[in-house]
Write a new protein. Structure first.
Length: 244
């Protein structure tokens, strides 16, 4: 972990510690019985899935298999055909944005994607901030910070408008967490006359434009994540995945 062994180090962005448990939460919401996972073969993803995702799916009694792919992979169609052949009721995709796009587009070309039966990693957000949302993403769900979920944080839209007016750019969750981090530093100095680790920890829990934030024992950010679905035209539709 980035913060282990370094008491003056804090994580300011959501991590797989926040994201990992959300996959099982989504599987419960979908009442999934058979899951195929496509995951990038790198150590953080391995840790996320072996520590948080697969044990929980096993505990839930969900059948699941995982297919790893390499950073340089180019044969997305074979991966997708293998996933579809498993006849899953949910596919989980975890990779970088340039992996997610061709995987989802190939699934859509096969007519597989139906109303959120594919859930993707938080990196899917990166696909939404180009000149236009790429074609072929309609129907997928992805894990998202509250800042990106319409209506999740009451004052986020107002801050986003001020950010755009000041700099001419559309803010995403990275800029929003950076802004909240700056506010945390200021608040720590105002209250404690210091920005040393103990002073920073003292201002948590904190509520900013990204919603409620706290720290765990490793000084990693604890923050709310939710789910959205990409609808026609790139519109984001919040998903209430609360299991009743």
């Amino acid at each position: 972990m980035l913060t282990n062994g370094a008491p003056n180090r804090f994580r300011i962005l959501p991590s797989y510690k926040n994201e990992g448990p959300k996959y099982a939460e989504y599987a419960k919401y979908r009442k999934a019985k058979r899951i195929f996972m496509l995951t990038l073969n790198v150590s953080p993803t391995e840790d996320e899935f072996t520590r948080y995702v697969e044990p929980e799916l096993t505990k839930m009694g969900v059948e699941h298999v995982r297919e790893r792919f390499e950073m340089s992979t180019a044969d997305y169609r074979s991966l997708v055909l293998k996933a579809v052949a498993y006849k899953p009721d949910l596919i989980i995709i975890n990779g970088l944005s340039f992996h997610i796009l061709p995987l989802v587009q190939n699934l859509n070309a096969l007519g597989f994607i139906k109303d959120g039966n594919v859930v993707c990693v938080m990196d899917t957000i990166d696909l939404l901030y180009g000149e236009k949302v790429p074609a072929g993403l309609e129907g997928i769900a992805f894990i998202s910070p509250f800042f990106e979920i319409p209506g999740a944080v009451p004052h986020a839209d107002e801050w986003r408008a001020r950010f755009h007016k000041a700099g001419g750019k559309v803010a995403n969750y990275v800029q929003a967490y950076a802004y909240d981090t700056g506010r945390l530093l200021v608040e720590a100095y105002v209250k404690q006359k210091s920005v040393r680790p103990a002073s920073l920890k003292a201002v948590f829990p904190y509520e900013g434009v990204c919603g409620k934030m706290s720290l765990d024992a490793d000084r990693d950010l604890v923050t709310d994540l939710g789910f959205v679905k990409i609808a026609a035209g790139g519109k984001l539709v919040p998903i209430d995945a609360t299991v009743k």
